[in-house]
Design a protein around this ligand. Structure first.
Ligand SMILES: C[S@@+](CC[C@H](N)C(=O)[O-])C[C@H]1O[C@@H](n2cnc3c(N)ncnc32)[C@H](O)[C@@H]1O
Ligand code: SF4
Ligand code: SF4
Length: 342
C-alpha cells in the first residue's frame, strides 16, 4: 500500500496567475489595460519544472491536480498553449482557465480548449449592453456568446469538451439583472454559474460607488434557493450557498469575517506570476514560498504545515477578513456548505 496515498480523491486546485497583461479596460479590475503598473509574466521553464513536481505529488497521493490559469488574460499569453499541451499530454494534469473570451471566436482556440481543458470559466457581467459598457468595448458580449455557443455545439456533437462555467461580478447597478442573466446563460447552455461580489482591493477609487448594498444582498439571499431550483430544473448549477451569501452580507455591511483555520494548502494553492506559492491569492506576500525551493513530493506535502506555522507566527491581515472564494464556499452547492468561521 502506498504510504502517501490520501483518503481524499478531491483534486488539488492550483490557480496560477501566469500574466498580469490584459487587452481589456475593465474599470473595476487591477489589470485594466489603461493602468500603468508592472505587468509580470510567469517563467515558462519554471512552470514546466514545477508542473512535473505537481504530477509526482499526484502520482504519490492518488489525488488529481487541476491546474487553473489566471491573469490578466491568460489566453493571450503566447507560451500558454504549449504549456497546456505539455501539462496534459506528458504530465496527466487537468487544466482549467478563466477568460474574458476575446479569443473564443477563433476556431483554433475553440479546438484547443475542447481538446485540452477540463473546465473553462468565461466572465460575463450582464446582458449585452451592460457587459460591453462594464468591459469597455462594444460587441464583446455577442462575440463571447458566439464562441461559447460554438463550444457547446461541438461538445454535444463530439461528447468531448470542458465543463462550461460563467463567472459574474455583481455590482450595485447590475444585481437586479442577475436572474435574467442566469436565464440567458442557461439558454446558452452554460453548465455552472458562479459570482463574485465586486471586490474593493483592485480599484479602491471605483469600489465605493459600485459595491453591493446590504438590502441588495438580502434580496439575493431571499431569492437564491429559488433561482438555484429553477436553474437546476434546466440542468444548470448555480454555485454558492448559505456560507457564500453570508460572506457577501458581511462585506456589504462592512463587517469582517475572520477564519481561524482555512486548512491552508490542503485543497487549494495559488501561485503568482513571480513564482510565489500561497494558500490563496491574498497572501503571497505574507505566506508565499518561492516555488524555486520546492523540488519533491515531500516539499509539497510539507506546505500545509509551513502555511499553518506562518499563519500562527505572522498572521496576515487578510485572514482577519478572509475573502478567499475557495474558503468562502463560492464553488459549493447548498447541501455542501460546511466551513466553519471563527
Ligand atoms: C482578474 S480576471 C482574469 C481572467 C480574465 N481576464 C477574465 O476577465 O475572465 C478573473 C475574474 O475576476 C473577476 N474580477 C475582476 N475584477 C474584480 C473585482 N474587482 N471584484 C471581483 N471580481 C473581479 C473577473 O470578472 C474575472 O471573472
Ligand atoms: S477583468 Fe479580466 S478582462 Fe477585465 S481587465 Fe481584468 S483581467 Fe482584463
Ligand atoms: S486569507 Fe483566508 S484563505 Fe488566505 S490564508 Fe488567510 S484565512 Fe486562509
Amino acid at each position: 500500500m502506498n504510504p502517501l496515498a490520501s483518503d481524499s480523491q478531491d483534486p488539488l486546485v492550483v490557480v496560477w496567475r501566469v500574466t498580469e497583461r490584459c487587452n481589456l479596460r475593465c474599470p473595476f479590475c487591477a489589470y485594466d489595460a489603461r493602468l500603468e503598473r508592472p505587468r509580470g509574466v510567469a517563467d515558462p521553464a519554471e512552470i514546466r519544472r514545477f508542473a512535473a513536481v505537481l504530477a509526482d505529488w499526484s502520482q504519490a497521493t492518488g489525488r488529481p491536480v487541476l491546474l487553473s490559469w489566471l491573469g490578466g488574460e491568460p489566453l493571450l499569453w503566447k507560451p500558454l498553449e504549449a504549456l497546456t499541451r505539455h501539462c496534459r499530454d506528458d504530465l496527466n494534469l487537468r487544466l482549467s482557465t478563466t477568460t474574458n473570451g476575446t479569443t473564443l471566436h477563433r476556431a483554433e482556440v475553440q479546438a484547443h480548449l475542447r481538446e485540452y481543458y477540463t473546465e473553462l470559466t468565461v466572465s460575463v457581467d450582464g446582458p449585452a449592453a451592460l457587459h460591453d459598457v462594464l468591459r469597455g468595448q462594444a460587441g464583446l458580449h455577442d462575440r463571447l456568446r458566439t464562441g461559447v455557443q460554438a463550444l457547446v455545439r461541438q461538445k454535444h456533437l463530439t461528447g468531448h469538451g470542458p465543463l462550461l462555467r460563467a463567472n459574474v461580478v455583481l455590482f450595485r447597478e447590475t444585481v437586479t439583472a442577475f436572474p435574467a442573466l442566469c436565464q440567458s446563460l442557461a439558454d446558452w447552455r452554460i453548465e455552472e454559474i458562479t459570482c463574485n461580489q465586486l471586490g474593493g482591493l483592485d480599484r479602491p477609487e471605483y469600489y465605493p460607488a459600485h459595491r453591493l448594498l446590504p438590502p441588495q444582498v438580502d434580496w439575493l439571499t431571499a431569492r437564491w434557493p429559488g433561482w438555484q431550483q429553477q436553474l437546476a430544473d434546466q440542468g444548470v448549477r448555480l454555485l454558492g450557498g448559505a456560507a457564500y451569501l453570508h460572506r457577501l452580507a458581511m462585506t456589504a455591511q462592512g463587517r469582517h469575517l475572520p477564519v481561524a483555520d482555512c486548512q491552508p494548502g490542503e485543497s487549494f494553492l495559488f501561485i503568482d506570476e513571480a513564482g510565489r506559492i500561497a494558500p490563496c491569492s491574498y497572501t503571497p506576500q505574507a505566506y508565499g514560498v518561492p516555488i524555486s525551493a520546492l523540488h519533491t513530493t515531500g516539499d509539497l506535502l510539507s506546505l500545509p504545515d509551513r502555511f499553518r506555522q506562518l499563519r500562527r507566527s505572522h498572521r496576515a491581515a487578510a485572514c482577519e477578513d478572509c475573502h478567499s472564494t475557495q474558503v468562502c464556499a463560492k464553488f459549493t452547492t447548498v447541501e455542501a456548505d460546511v466551513r466553519s468561521y471563527g
